[in-house]
Ligand binder design. Structure first.
Ligand SMILES: *Cc1c(COP(=O)(O)O)cnc(C)c1O
Length: 429
């Protein structure tokens, strides 16, 4: 019997993007193991979401558990102002070693949104330090998602990100159309025309260009051609604009490369990491930048201080489990797992394109997306999925999965079969 007070939950606790007067049903989870969520009701669900991109190694992983347990015996947390500790230093070393060479300074943030805030501060402080205070705007592409805090929200898609609601307080930035050419399509250089025009006209006002490399996540689950990313990198170089790569969703193997920037053979000036950083165990994110940016900020006004410092910065528990997760990444099982997941997703999902109720089906690495013609009724779809023993959380017209990398073929088939069942149900109604 559920021991959890669901009535209390409904009336008093906001869940992500919910209303307290008209809450959607929630499913009480008691524990999680491998790719399974165990509900209070006794049912178990195969998790297609990896808890929003983060639980890449599966739940209750012995090596990650060990890292947390050993660390908690030493210290759960100490302030990072004026204090340092091995978990933070070990993690920063591992991050610098595994990211592209020019990145060699690390800010440990407490969530993805904050990593983006810090990236934006770095870019603006860098331009101010160079005597270019008018270079404070950001440029980005539509359909992006960079987080829910105000600066991050200001570069999210203006429509999906509900900019209208906050228009009085939100900073105004430059938005390019989101790229249309898909990774598998033939590249056409005209795709960069709008970007060329923007850089030529506004570069003196732009501190940085921010985007998600190759895969746009929560702003639309869109995949675009790596040449677009390479083209933006080249324009940033030509026009003296920093490039911020938000790899919070794409980092750590999800797209088939360690970082999605590798699809375009580029390296950003500032890199945001989060989500899978701790293997889904704790909230932690990181913003990395180059020696040049770090040094320039250091020579800037106000004593050259980077103006950020959260209370839980560098939390030792989170750093310890992140370092253990990166060790698992370095072991490299994902290099074999992702292509296997990708080809199975293609085989089992792409045929659904034939349905009239389906606008598009796309697969990139271990990400599978079905874009429906009509909005998905989330509560009804979830009920169907839970009955079938799987966990998928649709949003808008998108039914998508990004399972833990350790998922087995039969478990993945259960996910794609449920997605197929949903499409069939819509098609026949
Ligand atoms: C999830 C996400 C964020 C925000 O991270 P939070 O930890 O939810 O604050 C930022 N950028 C991208 C690309 C994301 O997917």
């Amino acid at each position: 019997m559920p021991t959890i007070d669901l009535e209390f939950d409904r009336h008093h606790i906001w869940h992500p993007y919910t209303s307290l007067i008209n809450p959607l049903p929630t499913y009480p989870v008691r524990s999680a193991n491998g790719v399974y969520l165990h509900l209070e009701s006794g049912e178990q669900l195969i998790d297609g979401m990896a808890s929003w991109w983060s639980a890449i190694h599966g739940y209750n992983h012995p090596l990650l558990n060990k890292a947390v347990t050993e660390q908690v015996a030493d210290m759960a947390h100490v302030m990072f102002g004026g204090i340092t500790h091995a978990p933070a230093v070990n993690l920063a070393k591992a991050l610098i070693a595994m990211t592209p060479e020019p990145l060699d300074a690390v800010f440990l943030a407490d969530s993805g949104s904050i990593a983006v805030e810090v990236a934006i501060k770095m870019a603006i402080q860098y331009q101010v330090a160079r005597g270019l205070p008018q270079k404070y705007k950001l440029a980005t592409i539509r359909n992006g998602y960079h987080g829910d805090t105000f600066a991050a929200m200001s570069v999210c898609d203006p429509v999906n990100g509900m900019h209208e609601l906050f228009s009085g307080i939100l900073a105004q930035h430059f938005f390019l159309p989101s790229p249309n050419i898909k990774p598998e399509e033939t590249w056409q250089d005209t795709e960069l025309d709008a970007a060329r025009a923007l850089f030529a006209a506004e570069h003196e006002n732009i501190a940085a260009f921010i985007l998600e490399p190759c895969v746009q996540g929560a702003g639309g689950m869109r995949f675009y051609h790596p040449n677009f990313l390479a083209g933006i990198r080249a324009l940033c170089d030509e026009y003296d604009v920093l490039l911020i790569a938000d790899e919070i969703a794409t980092g750590f193997g999800r797209t088939g490369k360690l970082f999605a920037c590798e699809h375009a053979n580029i390296s950003p000036d500032i890199l945001c990491l989060g989500k899978a950083l701790t293997g889904g165990y704790m909230t932690l994110a990181a913003t990395l930048t180059t020696r040049d940016v770090a040094t320039t900020i250091g020579h800037g006004p106000g004593g050259g201080l980077l103006m950020h410092g959260p209370t839980f910065m560098g939390n030792p528990l989170a750093c310890a489990v992140a370092t253990a997760s990166l060790a698992l990444i370095q072991r490299g099982d994902w290099r074999a797992q992702i292509p296997v997941i990708e080809s199975q997703l293609k085989a089992e999902l792409l045929p659904l394109k034939e349905h009239e109720s389906v606008v598009d089906v796309r697969v990139f690495g271990a990400i599978g997306v079905i874009e429906m013609a009509e909005p998905i009724h989330v509560a009804a779809a979830q009920q169907l999925f839970v009955q079938r023993g799987i966990w998928i959380r649709p949003f808008g017209r998108l039914l998508y999965i990004m399972p833990p990398y350790c998922i087995r073929a039969n478990e993945l088939s259960a996910l794609t079969a449920a997605m197929t069942a949903y499409v069939n149900q819509v098609s026949s109604s």
